[in-house]
Design a protein around this ligand. Structure first.
Ligand SMILES: [Ca+2]
Length: 323
């Protein structure tokens, strides 16, 4: 076989491997996307797609040359020594409904009788929507939309319930796990590159559909078709298969917020204590500054709002072949 033949053979073998659905741990499957990475996924008992993320390393934060960057995005190497599964998308209204029906859990917004809505410029505070909660956040949602108006404790309660239900360990991702999966090997400001104007089809952010509505945040120049939340999985997958890593809703992380180190960090989990929990990923409310891979949001763990949701990590079990 000549060199061209060898390349053709390798390409064919790679294609066949990529298209094969292979069993792992009785539940997971593997397939190949447009990237060269083999994507291994599984569905859990709620029908939630989880994507396997191998151990690895990347540079967290943003370069000083990045437009719109925040000063708390100090670039530094991060080494993640343990693989994990991460939700391909946010937790949906339908999945949260299953949790509430089973556990009779009441979110903080339901107990308090109100949820936060849009920012009130005149009074310099969030508008309080009386009677609002994840069930009725102030705009129409279907079961496929990300659940919102959940605070950090509500999100953790969901993870704890799902852990008990399946006998496996679910939790919120660390900030580092979130950014590693969001970047999926890329070093650019956005999922699609460095130009904010090229994001059409990649995310539901503050866009021309919502232009003039969210006056606090300048909109992207493109249109994504949604003013508020969109069904999860509507937009393009990143190189590792994740969707909505930017936009739709902010996502709670497990860490307390703290300043980044300037040197390498191994399996960082944030400070041991703090005031605010980390929020990542931007939202439908945010424009080019806040819908970047390196943007670090934060708020009190008791804070809830109609633009905040979460996705989950499933820790790998010792029985799984994670090589
Ligand atoms: Ca939008």
């Amino acid at each position: 076989m000549n060199r061209a033949g060898i390349y053709l053979f390798r390409w064919m073998a790679s294609l066949v491997l990529g298209l094969m659905m292979v069993s792992c741990a009785g539940r997971s499957t593997a397939s190949k996307t447009s990237s060269s990475r083999l994507i291994k996924t599984q569905m859990n008992s709620l029908g939630m797609e989880l994507i396997f993320v191998p151990a690895g390393q990347f540079v967290a934060g943003s370069p000083t040359t990045e437009s719109e960057r925040g000063t708390n995005e100090t670039p530094h190497p991060v080494i993640l020594t343990k693989p994990y599964w991460l939700g391909a998308t946010h937790v949906t209204v339908g999945q949260f409904t299953a949790f509430v029906k089973s556990s009779r859990y009441q979110t903080a917004a339901e107990k308090e009788g109100w949820a936060n809505g849009s920012w009130n410029l005149a009074e310099n505070k969030w508008n309080r929507l009386m009677g609002a909660s994840w069930r009725h956040p102030g705009f129409a949602q279907e079961e496929s939309h990300p659940v919102v108006c959940v605070n950090w404790h509500d999100a953790k309660a969901f993870c704890d319930w799902l852990s008990l239900k399946e006998g496996r360990h679910y939790r919120l991702p660390t900030e580092a796990e979130w950014e590693y999966a969001s970047r999926a090997g890329q070093t650019t400001a956005y999922l699609w590159g460095n130009d904010p104007n090229d994001g059409q089809g990649w995310a539901n952010c503050s866009d021309q559909t919502a232009a003039g509505r969210f006056t606090l945040f300048p909109a992207f120049t493109w249109s994504d078709g949604f003013i508020y939340t969109s069904p999860v999985g509507t937009f393009r997958r990143n190189a590792w298969g994740f969707q909505d890593m930017l936009g739709n809703t902010l996502q709670w992380c497990g860490d307390w917020f703290g300043e980044y180190p300037t040197t390498a960090a191994t399996d960082p989990q944030g400070p041991a204590a703090g005031k605010e929990r980390v929020l990542r990923g931007g939202s439908f409310l945010y424009g080019p500054r806040h819908c970047r891979c390196a943007f670090r949001g934060r708020n009190l763990p008791e804070f809830q709002n109609y633009y905040i949701g979460f996705r989950v990590v499933l820790e790998t079990g010792p029985e799984e072949n994670v090589k």
